[in-house]
Design a protein around this ligand. Structure first.
Ligand code: GDP
Ligand code: NAG
Ligand code: NAG
Ligand code: MG
Length: 413
């Protein structure tokens, strides 16, 4: 009996040593070894578009798991750390893990994802440099824009601009093999790359160039539903709802099961007795006055909605400076106006998520035209099962005549 345990232990130790050895040498010694898919997104893109890009790659990997080609089923997806986002105040080049925002266990129920630090632990002994086997920087075909003829294809080509793969600003990750991949098409086409290589680590940069395969279908919504927020942020949002908005999941009928896979199709959410507004300002107000209201115009519309909906409480999520918010609150002094107060312990991205959670639980939501921040709130409300007409609404800009309601993307199970 002791002998057996001893042998098992020996085997264990041996296999770890072997793994480390192989990994350091980049050799193949264990047939079941994992492969790793990394991706990154064009630096100027914001948080909520990045969430959409994640979904494309999560669905991609989810489908690869079902592949009949064994080498394609071995991939894990590395969650790209959040660095230096344009909208965030902290401009330090730090790498923030996904667990700050999302519930990683929940993501894993959809696709085999790991955080960067887990990748480090799995792939290399500490304090060594990691060389990514193959890097593909996706780019658009320049000639397609010239000819106006768009067809699905991909090809290794000269790089359009100077390549700026930054490896998430880690100075211990490099690659000797960086190519530009002109690409037009859907993400499934990237399988062709994975099929013809034995590379163990592959990075797609400017990953947003590859489009969704199945936008809006059942698998898409599974991926979306798996993106539950970090539990601490959910808790903070709940406390705020209880304290200021008379809103609880029981009274609002917004309870969800612990596991997103147990969610049902019922459309029975009521929401807390408040209006929620996502008023995107900053870069949006400069670029698109026809579609995005200024403060005064927003106030007028908010009053109207409160009146029609018979509500007296309004929750405001906005990226406007605090002074602007104070002005807005003043204009709305006949109502109860709230925003989530800044919390020193949280970073900008976390505050933004709390804003999104509170907005999604309102009886009625109105967002900003073409803001991905608003889109993500709408999806959250679809998951909870709100009536369509309480979700797909937007504030109008100066061009009232062409202010159409947002597209309705209904949840599919
Ligand atoms: N806290 C908070 N942050 C916001 C709000 N609106 C925008 N932001 C910030 O600005 C960023 C907007 O970028 P993005 O996520 O790309 O959404 P989009 O540009 O509106 O499509 C968000 O990620 C937030 O960091 C808001 O209502 N509340
Ligand atoms: C690479 O650097 C990061 C940040 O400095 C560190 O956390 C990580 O452990 C390093 N990876 C390896 C394999 O040494
Ligand atoms: C809070 O909500 C409950 C049920 O939704 C309602 O009965 C109660 O009157 C509300 N309280 C206030 C202060 O609005
Ligand atoms: Mg943006």
């Amino acid at each position: 009996m002791y002998k057996t345990i001893y042998i098992i232990l020996l085997l264990r130790i041996h296999s770890t040593v072997c793994n480390n050895f192989c990994e350091a040498k980049g050799e193949q010694c264990n047939v079941n070894k994992h492969r790793y898919l990394l991706y990154d997104v064009n630096p100027p893109e914001g948080f909520n578009l990045r969430r959409d890009v994640y979904m494309r790659y999560a669905v991609f990997i989810h489908n690869l798991m079902k592949s009949s080609i064994p080498s394609l089923t071995k991939f894990k997806l590395i969650l790209p750390p959040w660095t230096n986002l344009y909208h965030w105040k902290e401009q330090k080049l730090i790498q923030i893990p996904w667990s700050f925002f999302f519930d990683i266990d929940s993501l894993r129920k959809f696709a085999p994802v790991i955080e960067m630090h887990e990748f480090f632990d799995e792939i290399a002994p500490k304090y060594t440099k990691i060389k990514i086997d193959e890097v593909y920087v996706l780019q658009h075909f320049e000639d397609m824009f010239k000819t106006g003829i768009f067809e699905d294809k991909m090809e290794i080509q000269k790089c359009n601009k100077e390549i700026r793969t930054n490896f998430y600003y880690y100075n211990n990750i490099t690659s000797d093999n960086i190519k530009c991949l002109s690409f037009h098409g859907h993400i499934i086409d990237l399988q062709n790359i994975l099929k013809i290589t034995e590379a163990r680590t592959i990075l797609f940069d400017h990953a947003e160039v590859a489009l969704h395969n199945d936008f809006g279908n059942k698998i898409y919504w599974q991926a979306r539903r798996s993106m539950r927020f970090n539990k601490q942020l959910q808790q903070l949002a709940l406390q705020f709802r209880r304290k200021y908005l008379n809103s609880t999941d029981e009274s609002d009928n917004t309870q969800l099961p612990e596991d997103w896979r147990d969610e049902n199709h019922e459309r029975a959410a009521r929401g807390g007795p408040y209006l929620s507004v996502h008023l995107r300002q900053k870069d949006f107000i400069v670029g698109r006055p026809k579609d995005v209201p200024n403060l005064e115009h927003a106030v007028k519309q908010i009053k109207e909605i409160l009146h029609i909906q018979g509500l007296s409480i309004v929750f405001i999520a906005t990226d406007a400076p605090i002074k602007e918010y104070e002005k807005l609150k003043h204009y709305l002094k006949d109502f109860f106006v709230y925003r989530y107060t800044l919390d020193e312990n949280l970073i900008d991205g976390q505050l933004a998520i709390i804003d999104q959670i509170i907005c999604s639980h309102a009886r009625y939501f109105v967002g900003t035209h073409e803001s991905t921040f608003s889109f993500r709130i709408q999806e959250e409300r679809e998951i909870m099962g709100f009536p369509i007409e309480t979700t797909f609404n937007r504030l109008c800009g100066s061009d009232i005549n062409s202010c159409h309601k947002p597209s309705v993307w209904k949840i599919i199970y």
